[in-house]
Ligand binder design. Structure first.
Ligand SMILES: [Zn+2]
Length: 230
């Protein structure tokens, strides 16, 4: 394709009738008489043999009519097939450099086309799966997509965070039950309780005790010994 932004050519006109036919036409269509005479006076006999550049404004001056009606009459003459009128063209122009092809005869490599289509579909499917699934670490999935298999989870993605929250919840419940069980048998200080439970996650255990005190499930006496609130 060629794109020509500054394309300009003047209006062209070619008289399709010979002199005799034109005279007959002028007699039969008096309203075009003035215009045809002006054309012949301005551009002469060349009109009969070639496409001739014309200026509508020049014609308008000669026939003493607005340029709009000159253009309109030229269009009418064109439609009556007296002249071939190609109005001025000032808009950008696209030229097809190669001959047009039938759509079903386009030189397309169908196998290659299908391969690329399938590849795109596979990519899209992988993207969809990545977004929709909620059980595999997202970082693992991405690495797997690029053929880098790993057993390590990232610990940062939403799947990892949700998994840890659920695990914590289980541990939390477990600590809670142990605290109640132990304190039901015997009142203890936090240190004694911690020693008895021996939690793998000490901070989480302290949080659990604190929350149970806040919820008034257990309480300190004046010697900082914990007991179950009945
Ligand atoms: Zn993760």
């Amino acid at each position: 394709m060629e794109f020509n932004e500054s394309f300009y050519r003047p209006s062209l006109i070619h008289l399709a009738f010979d002199k005799k036919k034109l005279y007959e036409f002028q007699v039969a269509h008096a309203r075009f008489d003035l215009l045809i005479k002006a054309l012949l006076r301005l551009y002469g006999g060349e009109l009969f043999s070639d496409f001739t550049p014309i200026s509508e404004s020049q014609i308008a001056l000669m026939v003493k009519q607005p340029i709009g009606s000159v253009k309109l009459e030229l269009d009418q003459l064109h439609n009556l097939q007296v002249v071939v009128y190609e109005p001025v063209n000032e808009s950008p122009k696209i030229t097809l450099v190669l001959a047009r092809q039938d759509a079903d005869r386009l030189p397309i490599d169908k196998q290659e086309f299908k391969r690329r289509r399938d590849l795109h579909l596979t990519k899209m499917e992988a993207m969809k799966n990545y977004a929709e699934q909620t059980h595999r670490c997202r970082m693992q999935l991405i690495q797997e997509y690029f053929d880098e298999e790993t057993y390590q989870t990232c610990g940062l993605c939403d799947v990892c965070i949700e998994k840890r929250r659920k695990e914590n919840l289980t541990v939390l419940k477990d600590y809670e039950q142990q605290v109640i069980y132990l304190l039901n048998k015997k009142n203890m200080t936090v240190e004694e309780l911690e020693a008895a439970v021996d939690p793998a996650e000490k901070e989480l255990f302290i949080d659990v005790v604190r929350e149970m005190v806040d919820a008034n499930q257990i309480a300190y006496d004046e010697f900082w010994v914990l007991r179950v609130v009945k």
